[in-house]
Design a protein around this ligand. Sequence first.
Ligand code: BMA
Length: 353
Amino acid sequence: MKKILFLLSLFVVTWPQAVVAQSVRQQLLSRLQQLQVRGYMFGHQDDPFYGLTWQWERGRSDVKEASGDYPAVMGFDLGGIEVGDEKNLDSVPFTRIREELLAHHRRGGIVTLSWHPRNPYTGGTAWDNQDTVVVQSILPGGLNHRKFLGWMKRVRNFLTTLKDEQGQPVPIIFRPWHENNGGWFWWGAKQCTLREYHALWCMLQDYLLSEGFDNLVWSYSPNLDGNCTQQQFLERYPGDDRVDLIGLDAYQWGTEEDYVRQLNADLQMLTTYAQEHGKLLALTECGLKNLPDPTWWTRVLKPQLDRYPLSYFLVWRNAKHEFFGPAPGEKNALYFNEMVRSSNVLMLKDIVK
Ligand code: BMA
């Protein structure tokens, strides 16, 4: 009897530790994998900060006011944190980003962070793409390496503050150095070599890992291409050991036909890769600016998304001059609501039950 009690007590003592031993990142990965079986989540950038007709009011959300529910995923951007700004590149105070990120986590939602850092060589924006020496200049041995270490430290300092009431780090899908196959950012394919891009990814990732962040699910998200082979995609891919989620940023800028063709080409290719390599897949950014076709959600987008094992799709922000999500009173909200009523499109309520 004593022996049994002893064994039992060992079990009780060790079992909770075995549960705790799973990192926050692994917990989020498991959750994402489980949710993906049920469908794909809807996400919206900057959802609680501003909409088509309002700004900065607390408790508001165009998506909630149009559909009755919050997006399952909310995206926020760190651009500007690196130089010590109080507000990000879209004028959102970082204190507010922290507040809303924690609030969304508390209500059971999932959060993702992107980063549009300034150009460390010129001091210009992320879109200052004239020079091909920027990445090289911030790598070890480069002229701006020390400066960039300081920039990464400011990111680290902000991430450190993202803790829940129990002091536990909040799980985050972290998506740095995105749209790297384009030529518009200073870390783009025209601006740095393969080797430099790879070193850039590793420098940031290794730094944050060495600082103990085990709450980040790492997302790699090139831009829609349509002619990209798996080999080309892999050229800048940092490696299976460095990426958890394969994303695609895919806006419709041109015709619907081109968009549908390109989206399917890329998603087919990425699905094969993701499945063979055990990775999650998402449309990390997408949208049709200002939704000139209100039926876009159900007629163009959803039929394509239904064909792939996506974790989520996130549309960009609703600002006055450009919007990508639904808003109350907008005609597209009717079609948006029809889309999210489908059982395989997941809003906040669907992922917390
Ligand atoms: C771009 C545009 C910009 C914005 C940037 C970062 O796609 O929406 O207006 O500053 O994203 O959010």
